[in-house]
Design a binder for this molecule. Sequence first.
Ligand code: ASP
Length: 442
Amino acid sequence: MITITKFGGTSTANAEQFRKIKDIIAADPSRKFVVVSAAGKRDKKDNKATDLLFLVNAHVAYHVDSASLLDDVGQRFYDIADELGLSYPIREEYGHFASNINAYDPNYVVSRGEYFTAKLMSEWLDLPFVDAADVVVFHHDGTFDLERTQMRVRDAAHRVGRFVMPGYYGATVDGEIMLLDRGGGDVSGSILARCLEADLYENWTDVSGFLTADPRIVKKPKPIRRITFDELRELSYMGANVLHEEAIFPVREANIPIAIKNTNRPEDKGTIIRETAREGEDEPVITGIAGSKGFLSVHIRKTHMSTEVGFLRKALEIFDRYGVSIEHIPTGIDSFGVIVNADDVKKNIYAIINDIQKTLSPDEVKVVDELALISVVGRNMAYRPGVAGTLFTALGKQGISVRMITQSSQEINITFGVNSSDFEDTIRAIYDEFVAKEEGNE
Ligand code: ASP
């Protein structure tokens, strides 16, 4: 059995966290490959090493002295090394880096956050260090070279057996450092899992997995134990963020499950994400509820619209011209709505309406703003009749009026719009109706 364990920035933030990681690795011999993010926040007011290194780059670009920022980052590594009694010459290595700061490419500078964190971790765990720059390969256009990476990762694993690798970066074949997106350490772990055909990808963070609802809205929401990749896509699209979205793809294609675990509470079960989750009596109807405010609907009405060929296409082309991406298009016989992110159309809304009027000569164009979208996600909804009825009855009882409804053809989600002012009440009402009453998700 091979498990890839990836630790995020809060898990590598200081010596105390390093100690927890050692226990976690020791507890399961299948945890052979470790990926780390750069030391992150030790508390809410702290800075991430990566953020400070970006700031160093900005100082260098504007010829402003960055010495004290570099000292701040260095001190974090020195503290970890001193407290754990490590012998890696961090002061020398980091000092060399800091004193040559003007000579480096900005990506290289930022990548040192994970590099030094991984160097220290490698000694602490007594596992060989493998540099991501040597094994994670990018094409020159910035896309990821799976074939080469696979060869190099397997080769390294073969050579050294187990290892620690820094996340978040790789390099072109010429050795030029390339960064993944922010939070991309999750993606590095996923790539490694894929290349080594791991049985499990564990993503260790500071929460015990995904929650059934936003804890800022629902008090102590239940955790999600099992979720499918499709459900997770729906939930994270609507704002439930624990894992970098792109981290799903490499492992999903290889059918490798992801476990989200809490470094600070390793005994918690966490969430397991896989292609298909178990079906059974005790499974919850709803997996999670997510949503966000800040949408608006452009409502277009024209009698006999449905018989006018190309009417909808022409309308959508207008949004296209303004580079606005469309969230949903609830359609009636003589009318339809185009739901978009309000921020995307803020500057152009009048021009868009003008174009709609000129091109389509509709009977009416109306903008409904202050719209919140909510997605109720659950693979088990498809098997159970009456879910939508129960859902909307619960909202009706609370006096919440629903502005639009859509459902994907897979039937794993029901998405609907309410007034922004009803957003929190809506989520609470659904939670109370479905999740709070369930025995399942325990
Ligand atoms: N250290 C990087 C960041 O802060 C990558 C990561 O943490 O995954 O974005």
